[in-house]
Design a protein around this ligand. Sequence first.
Ligand SMILES: [Zn+2]
Length: 222
Amino acid sequence: MRKHRGWIVLLCCAFLYFSLPAAVHTRVADAVGAAVSWVTRQVAPSTAPAESSTSSASTASTAATPKEAIVPTGKLAARYTYSFAPHTDRTVQQLFTAAINIYNQTGIVKLTPGRAGRFTNHVTLSSYQKGQTNGEAVILGLGGPQITRWTGAKQATVNHASARLNLAYRSRLNVATAVHELGHALGLAHSTAPDSVMFPTDRNVTKLSPADLAGLRAIYSQ
Ligand SMILES: [Zn+2]
């Protein structure tokens, strides 16, 4: 078992799906369909049944890392702008910047600083602070895509995603967690392959596996 500061790190998955209310799009009548997927990254105390969780992991797989259900295949442009929300912690900015460099080096997606555009992909990065209440799992971060499909005169499928890291557990935040949450924002879902950056348990993996690269290519192969 991998120990981290005296804890066995267990990152569980939790999927929360919700749709934007239609009123959000009343300003622009021809937008249809928006969905949001948030995926949390959690750790639990060593008393949690970590053994069963980790032992259920399969060996490294050549199958592509899966995508979030709401993310279409081959519809998203590879280019993103990104920005940090106001008051984002500097350390979190550095972790996300390192994660962005890792994704940019794949040559599959390209993230550059900039403002969100209506018809272009964007990731908003931020920090937040939320401690656990008694008995709850520790949540290190959140990440997920928000897909809007535009029809009419201007046709586009756009991802306005978000990724956040939880400052309540500053000492446990690392580049791997930023890569994981940004992976969710870009559309990747959890993988059972231990060498995947999308494996739910923190193994400090910062290098995208061949399967992760294949998963990204599937989403961004327009
Ligand atoms: Zn996750």
